[in-house]
Design a protein around this ligand. Sequence first.
Ligand code: CU
Length: 363
Amino acid sequence: MKAAVLYEINTPLKVEEVSLDEPQENEVLVKIVATGVCHSDLHFMKGDMPQPLPFVPGHEGAGIVEKVGPGVTTLQPGDHVILMVAFSCGKCPRCAEGRPSLCVENLPIQMMATLPGGGIRLHKGDQAINHLFGLACYAEKVVVHERSAVKVREDAPFEVVCTLGCGVSTGLGMSINTAGIRPGDSIAIFGCGGVGLSAVMGAKLAGAGTIIAVDTLDNKLQKAKELGADYVINVSQEEPQAKVTELTGGGADYAVECIGKVDVMVQALGSIRIGGTCIIAGMAPLADQLSIAPFHFLLGKTIKGSTQGDVIPSIDIPKYIDLFMAGKLPIDKLITKSYKLDQINEAFEAMEKGETIKSIIKF
Ligand code: CU
């Protein structure tokens, strides 16, 4: 089968034939129909987050189960599934308390790029190829742990709902779960890529009173307006902290940072009211340090991390899909372009330049 492999940091992906092993204990083989192009892959491909090479990236896959390995109880061939970027074991204390996005087994998988349990099912001749995020969805087929896959309704279009595997659920969940927006609350969203625009939609759905979108690109801000932003701020023209403070009469209840830049995190913290909450979802390079004035804490402000929007995949993903299918959550409007696997490098280039908002690879 064909897959896009990264052999060296900062080089183009190589689309080539590789081999895929049969699914082992608790694993399933999924034929991929669509995979979203997400910015977090790029951090790993550029070496901001060191990973063992070579690897196949791609972590917003959706497709159809073809085969199941021994011991699989939750899925069967023919099931439509979305593959989730964050693995959860279902047994650790964080999973037991209902916070699977904080599963203790997830981090090692994300740092080692193997399947849960350490397995590698991808090969090129004698060479093992790692599975980024335990998935590797820029490939015609994947073998993944059954708990990485969420079964979804069969009438949902793969090329739209695949984005719920990472970016879209992260943004929706950040507004709905991490912030816990209540009707009338104000929120400033820094960065209008796939995650930030999904946070706009999540805030709208939760009944936010004032939604302010902040970015440097007018095409993204225009999209934010379409999806529910009440105000937009182009930071190349206006200073965002002063503007958010003015628009909200003293600072937003919530600010979210969806880019992964430390100076933007500082701006987000400076945009919330006394006692407000600043949520960081952006993925900054591993070696970066965040420097903030401790005075913010005297104002009773909170800074919070958010992993995968604190979603509970088996519950939240089918709900988001139902909302989309009912016309109440326009996640399809995020997707501005689709590519073939052979065009994967082109897709990343366009995303980096800000030409596409959210693109997908269609198989
Ligand atoms: Cu992602």
